[in-house]
Design a binder for this molecule. Structure first.
Ligand code: ADP
Length: 189
């Protein structure tokens, strides 16, 4: 089984690269952002609650996303592997994921961290906002808040995975296929 965490700030290109990686390695894509947006689209109570925070660029509660991931993993018992995209985003989420995977005896092979500077991130997200229809991609203050949430709560996880010997950093600026190649090399190491 091949389990990969795709790590990096908002706008780093995780979604783009995840789509290419799932095709190449036949993995199941678990994006907490996508799952939350499908809850919003379905008009569920959870979606309504999450939307309030997402529109402000604030992380939703650990409990909500951990439960979502737990149930998606159970729904895919025959998976070749999972690619975690946008999860974990806090230390509590990382610890919960480790516990969950330990129980199932399916460890994480690597945490691939895409590195892009804040100015480039803001530019990319605001550009994406013109076509993505995502409210959180269209307002500069929200974009800055998301980057701040990443810096404060998520980026410390690099140290967590480094200590486990699983962190691989990849430059997220360049051609999409070039970055994809670099990610594949890290996976196949
Ligand atoms: P991006 O990586 O571009 O910020 P995502 O789709 O991953 O886009 O996330 C959009 C929003 O969804 C986040 O700003 C946050 O509010 C919420 N979200 C997604 N994943 C998580 C998570 N693991 N923990 C908490 N909140 C999350």
């Amino acid at each position: 089984m091949l389990n990969i965490i795709l790590f990096g700030p908002p706008g780093a290109g995780k979604g783009t690269q995840a789509a290419k990686l799932i095709e190449k390695f036949k993995l199941v894509h678990l994006s907490t952002g996508d799952i939350l947006r499908s809850e919003i689209a379905a008009g569920t109570q959870l979606g309504l609650e999450a939307k309030k925070l997402m529109d402000k660029g604030i992380l939703v509660s650990d409990e909500i996303v951990i439960n979502m991931i737990d149930s998606k993993i159970s729904q895919n018992p025959k998976a070749n592997g999972f690619i975690f995209d946008g999860f974990p985003r806090t230390l509590a989420q990382a610890e919960a994921l480790d516990k969950l995977l330990q129980k199932l005896n399916i460890p994480i092979k690597a945490t691939l961290a895409l590195e892009v500077d804040n100015e480039e991130l803001t530019k990319r997200i605001l550009l994406r906002g013109k076509s993505s229809g995502r409210a959180d991609d269209q307002d500069e203050a929200t974009v800055r808040k998301r980057i701040e949430e990443y810096t404060n709560k998520t980026s410390p996880l690099k140290e967590y995975y480094k200590k486990q010997g699983k962190l691989r950093t990849v430059n997220g600026i360049g051609e999409i296929d070039e970055i994809f190649g670099a990610l594949c090399r890290e996976i196949e190491k």
